[in-house]
Ligand binder design. Structure first.
Ligand code: UDP
Ligand code: MG
Length: 244
């Protein structure tokens, strides 16, 4: 990015102790390279492993790192919402804390914010097991069919957005999987950028078909309802007391 806009990177995490140091050093290298002011906000969603102790050390040695520590587990959407609310940057990037995304993809997303409000990562070669990929494919397909939205990888972990988007959109549990749809509904422009995806090496995925399927269907219906009831007015002229 050419102009020096402050960048906030928000990372939701739950039990990612073995990923955090490497993630931080790889992310920091990319952000230093970009050269704009930045902050990294780790949101510890009530981890029960040593994640918070690792984050305490990272924070002690790095002035641009902030840590929010939840009392109880609120889920990924809750952690993102807290990070968005705390973010001080003009641009907000989100990434999972599991080393499955490539921080070097961030500059390409930022480049797109010259023309769009949101740049959404698309994992073209997703490195997850077949069941997970099939579930995600079906979810994306059902969403496109029911809502008419064209996002190909709505659950992607890597996204960049202008500050207004992060501050305006109200998140509910599970709705991070519908974020591009909701952004478009609110009138923001969204584009997709192909991103790298790595297999998970340390720690475990927090989702499986059992804890996701029912919730996903309910969320899909809720977003469909919101979409069909969305108020979309345009004021063509405004007359107030000084006009008459
Ligand atoms: N996460 C979180 N709270 C939760 C569940 C997950 O903050 O209750 C974080 C998790 O640590 C990771 C991101 O959300 O940084 C995505 O989770 P995960 O990698 O398990 O999801 P997957 O990539 O398998 O869909
Ligand atoms: Mg992951």
């Amino acid at each position: 990015m050419s102009s020096a806009k402050k960048l906030s990177v928000v990372l939701p995490l739950h039990n990612e102790e073995d990923n955090l140091e490497e993630l931080h050093s790889r992310l920091r290298a990319v952000l230093e390279d970009i050269g704009d002011p930045y902050e990294i906000i780790f949101v510890d969603d009530a981890s029960t492993d040593g994640s918070f102790e690792v984050l305490r050390d990272i924070n002690a040695n790095n002035p641009f790192v902030r840590v929010l520590h939840f009392k109880k587990n609120c889920g990924e959407s809750g952690a993102l919402a807290a990070g968005f609310s705390a973010a001080r940057g003009e641009v907000v990037v989100t990434m999972d804390a599991d080393l499955q995304s490539e921080p070097k993809d961030i500059p390409r997303l930022l480049e797109k914010l010259k023309d769009y409000d949101v740049a959404w990562g698309r994992r073209t070669k997703r490195q997850d097991d077949t069941i997970r990929k099939m579930f995600s494919w079906c979810g994306n397909f059902a969403r496109r069919l029911l809502i008419g939205d064209n996002a190909m990888d709505a659950g992607s972990p890597l996204r960049a957005m202008k500050r207004d988007v992060a501050k305006k959109i109200k998140l509910f549990k599970g709705l991070h999987r519908f974020y591009p749809t909701i952004c478009r509904m609110e009138g923001f422009s969204v584009t997709e950028v192909n991103i790298t995806h790595y297999p998970r090496i340390h720690g475990k995925s927090k989702y499986n078909i059992r804890n996701r399927l029912f919730g996903y269907i309910v969320d899909l219906l809720a977003v469909k309802w919101m979409h069909s009831r969305h108020i979309d007015y345009e004021i063509i002229e405004e007359l107030d007391e000084r006009t008459s």
